[in-house]
Design a protein around this ligand. Structure first.
Ligand code: NAI
Ligand SMILES: NCC(=O)COP(=O)(O)O
Length: 350
């Protein structure tokens, strides 16, 4: 069955338009998927004209299905390589349109280009990121930020779910609660099951403090509630191997080895990191060029590259489209294989 995906341009002043055009130069996507780019046509044409002489592998916007957003930004309002409230307003409008169309059933999923959160804020849209807007518009309050990367060395897949995401580090300890981890673990198990076909997963949970607290000497969260919580979850899900809390510095040794092809059997199917950088430093160290950010718990597929707007390299033609290509590939894979939850079939894990 032909699947339909929307791709949003992200911030038009960032590398979104460049990586979208480079990623769409690969025409094999369209063999079993219809892709619509949601953005501003003149931005894509501008990027194409700028890069086509030096970049042979770039799609011509004339050959793309483009949903040109009405009242998009004017050429004089966009500061390429910097961004501003206008580019923030545009990237917000692209995502709003893609979400509304997807909720109406026009697309099975959205691959989102990178946005600058500060430019959303400058445009009056106070969301910590695209994930949160997707959740609000989809009317879900249980969702998760899962990074997925397939190793080119071993074909092993690194999956990292962040328990907390876009909050200051100082707020992490009080935001982490057994109830929050309940939600994240349930979503993770469901996603491993439905999206990746892993029925009896092995999951590793990170500690919060150095040495996972060293029995309370270096931090109390593990002793106070994280260790009892893991034990309770083991009792609830006996078919699942749940390991942890693993000291956060050594947690990444086995996935690092598996990534490079050593002892993949010792690695876990997924890692539950307790805060943004605890999970994303190892992900980006191993897989900056191929990790995909996917939102689980939505009534449709959402993937995104792992990188941001990279304003510092806009217009140079050096933006690497690999992560964006991986995001498209995963969205297509999920659109064909997964059984995504829908509002009619709310998420429950038995
Ligand atoms: N999914 C999203 O929408 C994301 C958005 N962001 C946003 O992006 C903005 C910039 O964030 P940064 O922390 O600077 O991260 P960034 O990922 O934009 O850039 C970090 C470094 O990586 C390089 N880089 C990034 N993507 C690249 C690519 N495809 N090819 C070659 N080099 C690449 C950049 O040139 C820069 O040196 C922020 O406003 C942030 O909120 C950041 C991460 C994800
Ligand atoms: N670091 C991950 C990130 O910023 C993802 O943001 P978003 O997809 O929620 O916009």
């Amino acid at each position: 069955m032909l699947r339909r995906l929307a791709i949003t341009l992200g911030d038009p002043a960032g590398i979104g338009p460049e990586v979208v055009l480079k990623a769409l130069a690969n025409s094999t996507w369209t063999e079993n998927c219809e892709i619509t780019v949601v953005g501003t046509r003149w931005v894509l044409e501008n990027t194409y004209q700028q890069l086509r002489k030096t970049t042979p592998a770039i799609a011509n916007p004339d050959h793309l299905n483009i949903l040109d957003i009405n009242d998009g930004p004017s050429p004089s309002s966009i500061k390429f390589g910097v961004g501003n409230a206008s580019s923030g307003a545009a990237s917000f409008a692209y995502l709003e349109t893609a979400i509304a169309s997807t909720l109406k059933g026009q697309f099975q999923g959205i691959v989102t280009g990178p946005i600058a959160k500060n430019h959303w804020k400058a445009a009056g849209h106070d969301y910590p990121g695209q994930t949160e807007l997707l959740a609000v518009r989809s009317q879900v309050n249980r969702y998760g930020m899962l990074f997925v990367a397939r190793s080119p060395h071993s074909n092993w897949t690194l999956r990292t779910l962040l328990a907390t995401t876009h909050i200051p580090l100082s707020q992490v300890p009080q935001t982490l609660t057994p109830q929050l981890l309940d939600q994240k673990l349930d979503l993770l198990i469901l996603s491993l099951n439905q999206d990746f076909g892993i029925k009896t997963p092995k999951i590793a949970v990170s500690g919060l403090n150095p040495h996972s607290g060293e029995n309370g000497q270096l931090g109390i969260e593990e002793k106070d509630w994280l260790i009892p919580w893991i034990q309770q979850k083991r009792d609830r899900y006996p078919q699942i191997q749940l390991d942890g809390p693993i000291p956060p510095d050594t947690l990444w040794v086995k996935p690092g080895q598996a990534w490079y092809g050593q002892n993949t059997a010792a690695a876990h199917d997924a890692y539950l990191a307790l805060y943004h950088d605890q999970g994303l430093i190892p992900v980006k160290l191993m897989a900056f060029d191929r990790a995909v950010n996917t939102t689980i718990g939505l009534p449709f597929i959402r993937t995104s590259p792992d990188h941001g707007t990279a304003f510092d390299i806009v217009g140079q033609g050096i933006a690497d489209p690999s992560s964006f290509q991986a995001a498209i590939a995963l969205a297509i894979e999920l659109a064909h294989s997964a059984q995504p939850p829908s509002p009619a079939h709310p998420i429950t894990y038995q």
